[in-house]
Every structure is written in C-alpha cells, then in structure tokens.
Ligand binder design. Structure first.
Ligand SMILES: [Fe+2]
Length: 195
C-alpha cells in the first residue's frame, strides 16, 4: 500500500471511534455504491481525455489534459485499493450525471471552430465542469469515509481530491493567462463549420 500525504483533518477522531456511531451498514452501502460510480467515471475519463487533448490547440492546454490523464490513471488505481480495503470486488456503475456532462462536452467542442482559441476556451469550460463534479463527489466520499472510521480509505480519497482541485486550478490559470483573451480577440470566420 502506498503512503500519501496526510491532511491534518484526517488525524481527528472519527464519530465511529469516539462511540458516536457503531457503524451503519446502510451508510457503508451508500459509500460503496458511490465508489462504484466514481470508479466508472475515472475509467470513462481515461478513455475520453486523450480525444479531448487531441482536440485542443494550445500546447499548454494539451499539457494540462495530458498531465491529468496520467493522474486519472492513478485515481483508478487508488479506487482499486479502496475496493480492496472495503473487501468489495472492483466494479463500475454508470454515473448518469457524468454521461450527461460528457455529452455536453461533445456539444461544446462541436459548437466551436476546430483549431480555434474559442474551442480551447470551450474545452477548458467542459473540463472544469467535469472537475467540479469530481471535487464534489470526492469531498463527500472523504467525509463519509471519516464518519464510518475508514481512515485509510479517507486518506486515499483525499489524495485524489487534492489532485482534482489542482487540475481545476490549472485550467483556470491557463484560461486567465491567455486562452480566453486570445479567444475573445480571434477573427470571426463567417464560413467556418464547427465540427
Ligand atoms: Fe479524477
């Protein structure tokens, strides 16, 4: 088992440890089901991010997506460690929310001219929508794990939460420091087909 950076909050006693909860099987089921959803999400993103990277134009955006692809592969591995700790077989259940976000992503990208800064701005927006979904999900999963006294699982999920937040900040940074401005100033091609 790998060691991950510890968040001081994770050192606090959990409700289960101080006797506030004796452990709820329904809550454990809720956690396990949500882990199966995010496992499906991470695997889906491993398949989807290469295409998104290839649709981007600027080297900075390609690099941010590529870096997050490598992190995402690691998120899959971490979740497999979580399944092991839960004593549950690793399996994914479709997240309809993420399926919808990825459909929206296609719509956004296809609605912009290829090779344009506007398309890059759209890719950033779609990628941030995905990141915010993941941040919300992992944030909840960390708290559920802590409540149940699953300290090691909380640590693993928290490591991923930190990386999702960093990816989101990286996207904001490249939008703010060039891509959005370039998109706003690029000439409008009346004849361009967006696909
Ligand atoms: Fe992720």
């Amino acid at each position: 088992m790998k060691n991950y950076k510890k968040d001081p909050a994770l050192e606090m006693p959990t409700p289960a440890e101080v006797g506030g909860l004796s452990g709820s099987s329904a809550l454990t089921t809720l956690l396990t089901d949500a882990i199966k959803n995010i496992y499906w999400v991470e695997n889906k993103l491993v398949m989807t991010l290469p295409a998104l990277r290839d649709q981007a134009t600027t080297p900075q955006l390609k690099m941010v997506i590529q870096q997050h692809l490598v992190q995402t592969q690691n998120h899959v591995t971490r979740l497999e460690e979580v399944f092991l700790l839960l004593g549950v077989e690793a399996q994914g259940n479709e997240s309809k929310a993420m399926s919808g976000l990825l459909e929206d992503c296609d719509t956004i990208v296809n609605g912009t001219p290829p090779g344009s800064m506007t398309r890059d701005a759209g890719i950033i927006m779609a990628a941030q929508q995905v990141e915010h979904f993941e941040i919300a999900t992992y944030g909840s999963l960390v708290e559920l794990s802590r409540t149940l006294g699953f300290r090691q699982i909380a640590g693993l999920l928290h490591a991923t939460l930190d990386e999702e937040k960093m990816a989101d900040q990286g996207l904001s940074l490249i939008a703010r420091t060039g891509i959005n401005w370039s998109a706003e100033h690029e000439p409008v091609d009346e004849n361009s087909n967006s696909n």
